[in-house]
Design a protein around this ligand. Structure first.
Ligand SMILES: Nc1ncnc2c1ncn2[C@@H]1O[C@H](COP(=O)(O)OP(=O)(O)O)[C@@H](O)[C@H]1O
Ligand SMILES: Nc1ccn([C@@H]2O[C@H](COP(=O)(O)O)[C@@H](O)[C@H]2O)c(=O)n1
Length: 206
């Protein structure tokens, strides 16, 4: 049976430009055959935990993700089935009550830090891209973004960065870079990379 949906994975450090790249592709291609899912939607449900316990969770370790559900959804999309993707609220470190109904577009882009760390998940991607942005640049961008968009303060961003974000990047994310088909430097505004990927995606859609 012909695979109905092509899965494109965009991995890399937190704040390396994964969402910017994915959103730029969506905006510029303007195609109903294309959609984005964030791996962050699959953080495990933490309703049973107190806020103090949730703050202590290591969100940069593969075990923080419900990768089983994500893989199930990836396989359903490949079979041409719609899926109900959980929605995430960073300010309370938990899933929202509602889900997003995602139809099986011709090309689905999934962006997330840990996408290539588990063999069964990375092998489910038809195309794998890795955003190769220096960690100091990522930290500056994350600091600004997490304060403006994710309800954090400077001290909490720095503490989390030193305790989990950086060590988990070195242990899991950076080593998985070798599994990418294409490594993209200069973050989410790399015009040449965006244009090359657009051409490839247009080929896949047509
Ligand atoms: N090349 C770039 N130049 C300037 N700002 C960038 C660039 N790439 C990403 N950003 C900004 O950095 C922040 C983090 O980028 P984002 O795409 O959300 O990262 P990720 O999805 O990898 O966590 C965002 O505010 C984004 O607009
Ligand atoms: N409750 C949470 C959940 C996740 N994070 C951080 O998000 C990062 C991944 O998202 P990106 O958009 O930056 O790729 C990851 O590094 C987690 O530390 C969080 O802070 N709180």
């Amino acid at each position: 049976m012909k695979q109905k949906t092509i899965l494109v994975g965009v991995a890399g450090a937190s704040a390396s430009g994964k969402s910017l790249l994915a959103n730029t592709l969506i905006e510029e291609l303007q195609s109903e055959h294309l959609c984005i899912i964030s791996e962050d939607s699959y953080y495990k449900d933490q309703t049973h935990l107190t806020m103090e316990e949730r703050v202590r969770t290591n969100y940069d370790h593969p075990d923080s993700m419900d990768h089983e559900l994500m893989l199930e959804h990836m396989n359903q999309l490949k079979e041409g089935k719609a899926v109900d993707v959980p929605m995430y609220d960073y300010s309370v470190h938990n899933r929202k009550e509602e889900c997003r109904h995602v139809l099986p577009a011709r090309v689905v882009i999934i962006e997330g830090i840990l996408l290539f760390t588990r063999p069964e998940i990375r092998e489910a991607f038809d195309l794998r891209f890795y955003m190769d942005t220096p960690l100091d640049i990522c930290l500056i961008r994350r600091l600004k973004r997490d304060i403006v968009e994710r309800g954090r303060d400077v001290d909490s961003v720095i503490k989390q960065y030193l305790e989990t974000v950086r060590p988990m990047f070195l242990q899991f994310i950076e080593p998985a870079r070798q599994h990418a088909h294409l490594i993209i430097p200069h973050g989410g505004k790399n015009r040449i990379a965006i244009d090359l990927i657009k051409t490839k995606i247009r080929d896949l859609i047509d």
